[in-house]
Design a protein around this ligand. Structure first.
Ligand code: SF4
Ligand code: SF4
Length: 116
């Protein structure tokens, strides 16, 4: 889920989508875990290999991050938005991966010029 998709901005397209949070594995450095001084709540991720962690729910099929609330394509939120790991903060609404995720969930690409 991209930047600026805060609950204060209810018109943000990510808040009626969530497709990327239910399409891709979300892996990040173990140093992003709270236990290591980072922000991601420890219970919400799995250790992959000692140096990488993965958001729970994105290791399985169908993928759905454990931090995602709501219904994809309708109304969603990231329950750890301010604490989410780097891949989520770096994800860009409207780019190729966003279109791909939306397509997987039967959603049209974001229209050009969508306010993000
Ligand atoms: S797939 Fe795109 S529009 Fe949907 S939540 Fe992710 S970044 Fe936002
Ligand atoms: S942590 Fe939040 S933004 Fe990242 S995949 Fe999970 S629900 Fe989406």
């Amino acid at each position: 889920m991209s930047e600026a998709a805060t609950t204060a901005d209810s018109a943000h397209p990510c808040l009626s989508c969530g497709a990327c949070c239910a399409s891709f594995r979300v892996d990040f450095a173990v140093y992003e875990m709270q236990a290591m001084g980072g922000t991601v709540p420890d219970g919400l991720a799995l250790d992959v290999n000692g140096s990488t962690c993965r958001m729970r729910g994105t290791e399985q099929v169908p993928i759905r991050c454990a931090a995602l609330t709501g219904q994809v394509g309708q109304q969603v939120a990231c329950s750890i938005y301010e604490l989410r790991p780097a891949p989520c903060r770096e994800f860009s609404a409207g780019d190729y991966a966003c279109h791909k995720a939306r397509a997987r969930h039967g959603l049209a690409p974001l229209a050009e010029g969508t306010s993000l």
